[in-house]
Design a protein around this ligand. Structure first.
Ligand SMILES: [Zn+2]
Length: 82
């Protein structure tokens, strides 16, 4: 599967708020309007910090249907299955 290669080749990313280094598989995608309101533009947030900004837990209605959410990040996979 070449999809695996594209993920491991992603540059290291850091959470804008708590500054932890995020493994690529912990990335997640939310709806544009949500990211515009609560996100950090071209920077990244870990799920914990994004939920803090939202002031609630992410639900499957917040997440986009993308490869990352559906197949890579164990946390979003869990949310999408509920
Ligand atoms: Zn964070």
């Amino acid at each position: 599967m070449d999809s695996k290669n594209s993920i491991s080749s992603m540059a290291k990313i850091f959470c804008n708020d708590c500054k932890i280094s995020m493994p690529a598989k912990k990335g997640f995608m939310v709806l544009n309007e949500l990211w515009e309101k609560f996100g950090v533009g071209k920077n990244h947030l870990c799920m914990d910090c994004f939920e803090k900004r939202l002031n609630r837990k992410l639900t499957k209605d917040d997440l986009t249907k993308c490869f990352l959410n559906e197949n890579v990040n164990p946390d979003t996979i869990k949310i999408l299955q509920t």
